[in-house]
Design a protein. Structure first.
Length: 296
């Protein structure tokens, strides 16, 4: 695949916070760590190559978190991409990691500030482009967590702030508390669309919506299944169609598919060039609904 044409540019652009322009198809860096999102990657050179290849192909939104590794993903991003020319790095805070596969929300101001300082140091920046609260901690008043987001933005340590895995009511509460929410990151894909009301609210407010676990094709993509059939007709892969559908679904959608292989990142980013017909969109959405019903 040639680097002459940065194909991620075909996904269009979105202005995060109204002033930070990124191409809508980004990259999520969680899979660059070890098993259970814990420890270093099995192949560090390949992990660095994935990040650099994504940037070559026009990706300029890289999403990570201090809890990925922990710390490993941020360190890899600095090694591969620093000083981040024409690249936006979004990271997250608000979880502690006792071990592999173990994620626990902690939203106290002191802890969040400690995480922020660590991310600034690991990424090698004075200001983080987009700093997101990974989860709202139910054991800490939400207002305290919102106040921390406001404070660090006012102090210039972060340019924009975001929230993850929230409801419409929580989003509205954050905005009412004075938080300038630039992005929301919720689980969303062809099959799992419980957050559609949050997506709709983000559209109303011009807030970027970052769907995590964006591909999630699973049974949909099995041989002879509905997504497999449409993919063969289209000359694309099921994963590419899932990403193309997300880009089609909303102008505020910012998919961040992740992978630890260069070949896969090339395939994912190629989804930016796929144009879906109205009939294909209808069939994809129907297949997603049927798959969701089978899971219930």
């Amino acid at each position: 695949m040639s680097t002459a044409s940065p194909i991620a540019h075909a996904s269009g652009t979105f202005d995060v916070g109204g002033d930070l322009t990124v191409h809508r198809l980004g990259y999520g860096a969680m899979q660059l760590t070890g098993k259970g999102v814990w420890g270093p990657p099995a192949d560090r050179d390949e992990a660095v190559a994935v990040l650099r290849r994504a940037a070559e192909l026009g990706v300029d939104l890289f999403d990570t978190a201090d809890s990925y590794g922990p710390f490993v993903s941020e360190e890899l991003i600095r090694e591969a991409l620093h000083p981040y020319a024409d690249v936006v790095v979004a990271t997250k805070a608000g979880l502690t990691r006792p071990g592999p596969g173990d994620w626990r929300p902690v939203g106290r101001e002191g802890y969040l500030r400690q995480q922020l300082e660590g991310s600034l140091r690991r990424l090698g920046v004075d200001t983080i482009d987009l700093w997101q609260l990974h989860r709202i901690d139910g054991d800490t008043p939400a207002e305290e967590q919102f106040e921390t987001l406001k404070a660090v933005q006012d102090e210039g340590k972060v340019r924009h702030v975001g929230l993850s895995e929230i409801t419409v009511d929580q989003l509205d509460a954050a905005i009412d508390a004075g938080v300038k929410v630039a992005t929301v990151q919720n689980k969303f894909n062809l099959v799992e669309r419980d957050a559609e009301d949050v997506l709709d609210r983000c559209e109303e407010l011009g807030i970027g919506f970052i769907p995590w676990f964006p591909i999630a094709t699973g049974q949909l993509a099995k041989d002879g299944g509905p997504l497999d059939e449409i993919a063969k007709e289209h000359g694309s892969s099921p994963a590419q169609l899932a990403l193309a559908w997300l880009l089609h679904r909303s102008p505020v959608m910012l998919p961040i598919p992740g992978t630890s292989k260069v070949a896969h990142v090339e395939q994912n980013i190629a989804a930016a060039e796929i144009e879906l017909s109205d009939d294909e969109v209808r069939r994809l959405e129907q297949a997603g609904r049927e798959a969701a019903e089978q899971q219930d």
